[in-house]
Design a protein around this ligand. Structure first.
Ligand SMILES: Cc1ncc(COP(=O)(O)O)c(C=O)c1O
Length: 416
C-alpha cells in the first residue's frame, strides 16, 4: 500500500491516522530529514531554502562554507593581481560551474579541466577559456573535443606526441576547424608531457607546421612539487624542475614560435612559481576548498599550510554511542575518497581521531574530546584529498554559519 506524504508526516509527529489536527501542525517542518530530492523539489517549486539549517540535511553530505570559500577566492585573486600573472584555475577540484563563475568574476581568464566530460559540462554552463590538461587520445574523445570546439572555439587541449598531434590536425581539418593546442612538457612527474629541452623544441617545431593546429604555448605542471613538505624544500623543488621547462619556453620564443602561454603551478607552489621568470598563468586548483593533505605540507610561516581556509567538509551523524571511548558515525569509506594513507580531520573538536573504516560506518575515538559527543550529533570532517572527494557527491550544500543558503551541483563526475 502506498503511503502518502501526509500520512508519513502524521506518523513522524505521532498523530493518529484519523485524528483532526490543525493543518499548520500537519505541515510543520520536521527538524531533520530532507532527502536530496525533497530539497530539489523545494527549490524547483520556488520555495527556496529559507530557514534550512545544517540540521535539516541528510548525512553524509558535502558542505561548503561560503565565507571561507569566498576568502580563498579573494586571496588567490589578489595574489595573481599583485604578481601580474593570469589565473586559469583548475576545475578538476570542484567540478562546479558556480565555483568556476565566481573564479572568473574574481578575474580568472578561463578554467582548466582534466577530462572531456568536465570540459563539456563547463562549456554548457557558459565557462569560457577552457584548457583541457590531459591528452584526449582516441577517436571517441577527439570527436567529442571537436564537437566541443564548435560551440566553445577558444578551448585548448594538450599534446605531447607527434602521432597524436597529426590525428588531431587531420580531424580538425576534416571538421573545418582549427584546434588550439598547448605542448605538454613534463617538469618532473613522468605522468604526461615531453621532456624539456631538445625533444620539446623539436616537437614544438613539428606542431607549429601542422595545418589543423594552432600552437599557443606550453603546459608544464609539476604535481610532484605541489606537495613537497616545507616551504623552502618546495620552493627548491619547483624551481629546479620548472627551470628547464621555462628555458624551453624562452628558447621557443627566440626561435619565433608562436608560444604565448606558459601555464603551470599549483596551490602548493602558487607563491613560488610566480617568482619564476616566464610563467604567464597559474592553474591552481585545491585552494578553493583545501584539504588535510595540503594543510600538512607546511606554509611560509609554519608547519601548517594555512594560506587558504578549509572550506569544504563532509558532515556525518553519530548513529551509535554504546561505549564511552568511541562513537560510530554514518560516514565511512563511501563518504570519503580513500586514496591517502590518513583519514579525515574532525573540524572544531580536539582530543578525538577519526577512522572511516567500514563501508557506511566511521569510528570516532574519544581520547580526550573537547566537547561531549552524543547520539545524533552532526560532525564535520576536513577531507584528506578534496578533488576525488568532490567526485563522490552530486552537490554541495553551501552554508553561512548554521544556515544552508544554496545548493550547487557538481558536474562531469565519473558516472555522470
Ligand atoms: C594538470 C593539473 N594542473 C593543476 C592542478 C591543480 O593542483 P592543486 O590542486 O594542487 O592546486 C592539478 C591537480 O591535480 C593538475 O592535475
Amino acid at each position: 500500500m502506498k503511503t502518502s506524504r501526509r500520512q508519513v508526516l502524521r506518523g513522524a509527529l505521532g498523530l493518529a491516522a484519523a485524528s483532526t489536527v490543525a493543518p499548520e501542525l500537519i505541515v510543520a517542518k520536521p527538524k531533520t530529514g530532507y532527502t536530496h530530492s525533497e530539497l530539489d523539489d523545494r527549490l524547483k517549486s520556488g520555495k527556496g531554502l529559507n530557514g534550512l539549517t545544517k540540521a535539516d540535511l541528510t548525512t553524509p553530505c558535502l558542505l561548503l562554507d561560503l565565507d571561507l570559500f569566498e576568502a580563498n577566492i579573494a586571496r588567490m585573486a589578489a595574489h595573481a593581481k599583485a604578481a601580474k600573472i593570469n589565473l586559469r584555475p583548475h576545475g578538476k577540484t570542484h567540478k562546479c560551474p558556480e565555483v568556476a563563475h565566481r573564479q572568473m568574476k574574481a578575474g580568472a581568464i578561463g578554467l582548466c579541466v582534466a577530462t572531456i566530460r568536465e570540459a563539456e559540462a563547463m562549456a554548457t554552463a557558459g565557462v569560457k577559456g577552457l584548457l583541457v590538461t590531459s591528452e584526449l587520445v582516441g577517436k571517441p574523445k577527439i570527436e567529442r573535443l571537436l564537437k566541443l570546439v564548435r560551440r566553445a572555439p577558444d578551448t585548448m587541449t594538450v599534446v605531447d606526441n607527434l602521432a597524436h598531434a597529426q590525428q588531431l590536425s587531420e580531424a580538425a581539418i576534416a571538421a573545418k576547424l582549427k584546434l588550439n593546442v598547448m605542448m605538454d612538457v613534463d617538469p618532473a612527474g613522468r605522468r604526461t608531457g615531453v621532456p624539456a629541452g631538445e625533444q620539446a623544441i623539436k616537437l614544438a617545431e613539428q606542431l607549429a607546421k601542422l595545418p589543423g593546429l594552432k600552437l599557443g604555448g606550453i603546459h608544464g605542471y609539476s604535481g610532484v612539487s605541489a606537495h613537497v613538505t616545507g616551504f623552502e624544500a618546495r620552493r627548491n623543488h619547483s624551481t629546479k624542475v620548472m627551470t628547464p621547462v621555462l628555458e624551453t619556453y624562452a628558447q621557443l620564443k627566440k626561435l619565433g614560435l608562436p608560444v604565448e602561454i606558459m601555464s603551470g603551478g599549483s596551490t602548493g607552489t602558487y607563491n613560488i612559481d610566480t617568482e619564476l621568470s616566464g610563467m604567464t598563468e597559474l592553474q591552481v586548483g585545491s585552494y578553493v576548498f583545501m584539504d588535510k593533505e595540503y594543510r600538512m605540507v607546511g606554509g611560509k610561516s609554519g608547519a601548517t599550510y594555512d594560506d587558504f581556509n578549509c572550506a569544504l567538509t563532509v558532515m556525518g551523524t553519530v548513529i551509535s554511542k554504546a561505549y564511552d571511548d568511541h562513537a560510530t558515525l554514518d560516514c565511512g569509506i563511501k563518504a570519503f575518497a580513500k586514496d591517502r594513507k590518513f583519514d579525515a580531520d574532525v573540524k572544531g573538536i580536539t582530543g578525538v581521531t577519526f577512522s572511516a573504516g567500514s563501508d557506511e560506518h566511521g569510528t570516532l575515538m574519544l581520547q580526550n574530546p573537547s566537547r561531549e559527543i552524543k547520539l545524533g550529533d552532526r560532525i564535520e570532517f576536513i577531507v584528506p584529498h578534496c578533488d576525488p572527494n568532490v567526485n563522490l557527491y552530486d552537490r554541495m550544500y553551501c552554508t553561512r554559519g548554521e544556515n544552508v543558503v544554496e545548493v550547487w551541483r557538481t558536474v562531469g563526475r565519473y558516472g555522470d
